[in-house]
Design a protein around this ligand. Structure first.
Ligand code: FES
Ligand SMILES: [Fe+2]
Length: 430
């Protein structure tokens, strides 16, 4: 159980909130790079409770800035994206992708003060098909995070955005809560549904894993374990990386390269940004099911909250099929991602954590909350830099996945060994 005060401290991310300020110390993936065309329409973006507009200028550079024009706050969404900048249509002031005022068209040249005016713009970057922004101190910008799935060449990674209508932490907690997989996603599956050689069958035999949890320099990691064949243990290893990343163990560790960012749009809307390495050779079960296992999108609109919404949603009960729920499907909702979407949205915009009764199966959630709370407090009260904010290269240690190891083996040693072997094999075959 968490107090409502602690819960709000973690959940709220607007400007000036402790968690919001912590998040602003990291690069944030906010859109597909392909959402912006050179000299194309400006795009409304809602990130950490801030209303922003993004546009790609004539040279291909993307600018992201406060949507309010620095003159008298008209929205630059209605601006003209032309000839290397965006021009406000109220009085014609023009700004480049970095926010520099290029033209003060309604002021005579001898009264012009354009060199003193700056739109509030954020540093942008493009990597792995995504647009990233940095909303912290623009004079002190760190490197992009060394999270494996986000470092792939554009041609090797699939990126999908899906909006979820609940608080970011609620969504994220569903992603580090492995024991729900045996119910919400696989409650009707039995061992007969798996190949004899597929270790995921042990998850269907034992639906009550135990956990090891440890802090890392970048966040918190867990190993969920169950008995496998005699003398062996089935491990599922996964990670939370600061501030809002999860790596889930839904594939074998040697070839499962994914990452998901739970990017707060505001306190009750989250953009999940999913990076999945394209399969090379045989796809894993989750790759075969599709990058995110979800249904269709609604058409994107230009609204602040209008991008990447799912067709199955709260308004139509996620298209739950009650007949299927009685027979073939535990949840009655199709697609792993949509099952998660339904259940985490059903907990409310920001769930009331004072009503919870956490169990040993929630150990990873409890540790992750504690770690986030401590980091946000230490940053807000003492200025202590949060984990890996200045050392984003440290994230490279992390990959999630499952494997079977001798029961007496140390889980972290077994994880490191398998990851090193997988990366060696990858280097050798490259
Ligand atoms: S409000 Fe934008 S130019 Fe006047
Ligand atoms: Fe799930």
């Amino acid at each position: 159980m968490a107090s409502s005060k602690d819960s709000d401290y973690l959940a709220c991310v607007g400007p000036g909130t402790p968690m919001g300020e912590l998040m602003r110390q990291y690069w944030i993936p906010v859109a597909l790079a392909s959402e912006f065309a050179a000299d194309g329409d400006p795009v409304r973006l809602m990130v950490l409770g801030e209303k922003l507009i993004g546009f790609r200028d004539s040279t291909g550079k993307v600018g992201v800035m406060d949507h309010r024009c620095p003159h008298r706050c008209a929205s630059l969404f209605f601006g003209r994206n032309e000839e290397g900048g965006i021009r406000c249509v109220y009085h014609g002031w023009k700004f480049d992708a970095e926010g520099k005022c290029l033209d003060m068209a309604n002021v005579p040249p001898h009264q012009d003060f354009k060199h003193k005016v700056h739109a509030k713009a954020y540093k942008t970057a493009e990597r792995a098909n995504a647009l990233w922004i940095y909303m912290g101190d623009q004079a002190r910008i760190p490197a992009l995070p060394a999270i494996e799935a986000t470092m792939l060449a554009d041609s090797d990674v699939t990126v999908r955005l899906i909006q979820r209508q609940c608080n970011w932490l609620q969504g994220l907690e569903g992603s580090i809560d492995t024991s729900h997989a045996g119910f919400l996603h696989g409650g009707t599956r039995t061992v007969r549904d798996y190949d004899e050689s597929d270790p995921e069958k042990f998850g269907a035999i034992h639906r009550d894993p135990e956990y090891m949890v440890t802090e890392t320099p970048c966040g918190t990691s867990y190993g969920a374990y169950r008995p496998a064949d005699p003398g062996l243990t089935y491990w599922r290893i996964a990670h939370h990386l600061f501030p809002f990343w999860t790596l889930s163990p839904s594939g074998p560790i040697d070839r499962h390269v994914t990452a998901r960012a739970w990017v707060p749009m505001d306190d009750t809307h989250t953009m999940t940004v999913n990076f999945v390495k394209k399969p090379q050779g045989q796809p894993t079960r989750s790759q075969a099911a599709g990058p995110a296992g979800f249904t269709d999108y609604l058409p994107n609109t230009t609204d602040w909250l209008g991008r990447w919404r799912t067709a199955a949603n709260d308004g139509n009960d996620f298209l739950i099929d009650r007949a299927a729920q009685r027979t073939t499907s535990f949840s009655g909702v199709s697609g792993v991602f949509m099952q998660d979407q339904m259940i985490t949205e059903s907990m409310g915009g920001i769930t009331d954590r004072s009503l919870e009764h956490l169990a040993p199966s929630d150990r990873m959630i409890a540790e992750t909350r504690r770690r986030l709370l401590r980091a946000a407090r230490e940053f807000a009260e003492k200025g202590i830099r949060p984990p890996a904010a200045d050392t984003p290269e440290e994230n490279i240690f992390a990959r999630a996945g499952h494997f079977v190891a001798p029961t007496e083996a140390n889980w972290l040693a077994a994880y490191r060994e398998r990851l090193a072997a997988a990366r060696d094999a990858n280097t050798a075959s490259a």
